[in-house]
Design a protein around this ligand. Structure first.
Ligand code: MN
Length: 199
């Protein structure tokens, strides 16, 4: 059973407050699709690996033959990261609540503190990658990964992630990654982000 590209959970223009429709169409329909296609091609003939949930595949890379491991990291990571990314965004906006809001308060001194740390990680990432809020044994931390590496590879649980590849923002923001990261919070789907923290 090959991996599949799910449709976006909202119309491509739903995130216009931060991300334009064309970027969403290209990002999902071409970039994410290519990760899925390339992952399936890399795993052709490995039916046991194709049957795994993507998190299980990336969470135990020693089960992947060395000859295809980097392709699985790049494209499997691309598939997992983008699937996660689409689902933690939405048009509603707002602010965190409940246990996550309390954890953000105690760890970062509030939402502005979290935003500042994510921005720092996003801007410090040279080239392509991601800035993440993760939970490590229930404790919130900020990390950044290169390329399509994912916290799942080191057993960490992503709570929130911002794609800082140029393909994520170049049409509207050109080289201004900081402006994109500032705007990104307008489309954070806090209900979905809180669900990642709760489970
Ligand atoms: Mn991307």
């Amino acid at each position: 059973m090959p991996f599949e590209l799910a449709p976006l959970p909202y119309p491509a223009d739903a995130l216009e407050a931060a991300i334009d429709k064309t970027t969403m169409e290209i990002h999902h329909g071409r970039h994410h699709k290519a990760y899925v296609d390339n992952l399936n091609a890399a795993l052709a003939g490995h039916d046991n690996l194709l049957a795994l949930p993507i998190e299980k595949l990336l969470g135990n890379l020693s089960q992947v033959p060395e000859t295809i491991r980097q392709k699985v990291i790049n494209n499997g990571g691309g598939h997992a990261n983008h699937t996660f990314f689409w689902n933690i965004m939405g048009p509603a906006g707002g602010e965190p609540s409940g246990n996550l809001a309390a954890a953000i308060q105690s760890t970062f001194g509030g939402l502005d503190g979290l935003k500042a740390k994510i921005k720092e990680a996003a801007l410090a990432r040279f080239g392509s990658g991601w800035a993440w809020l993760i939970a490590d044994g229930g404790k919130l931390e900020i990390v950044s990964t290169a390329n399509q590496d994912t916290p799942l590879m080191t057993g960490k649980k992503p709570i929130l992630g911002v794609d800082v590849w140029e393909h994520a923002y170049y049409l509207r923001y050109q080289n201004k990654r900081a402006d994109y990261v500032d705007a990104w919070w307008k489309v954070a789907n806090w209900k979905a982000i809180e669900a990642h923290f709760a489970h």
